[in-house]
Design a protein around this ligand. Structure first.
Ligand SMILES: [Zn+2]
Ligand SMILES: [Zn+2]
Length: 68
């Protein structure tokens, strides 16, 4: 597992579990600085975020996951 993600602090805003959402990692600029690591979370995606269109392997890494 990556050492930068999910983030150690537990967020309740905008919803619980947001610290593990790739949507937030991108917003904070972590995707660019951890690109190789980020690929592990999005390779062979099974879920799609209905909010931003991002894809991820695990539903827990998206704000509004929808099965692909
Ligand atoms: Zn999203
Ligand atoms: Zn979220």
């Amino acid at each position: 597992m990556a050492d930068w993600f999910p983030f150690p602090q537990h967020l309740t805003e905008p919803h619980p579990g947001h610290e593990a959402h790739l949507c937030m990692a991108e917003n904070l600029g972590f995707v660019k600085s951890n690109l190789e690591d980020y690929k592990k979370f999005v390779r062979d995606p099974q879920f799609l975020c209905k909010k931003c269109g991002r894809a991820a392997v695990k539903a827990e890494n998206l704000c509004e996951p929808d099965k692909l």
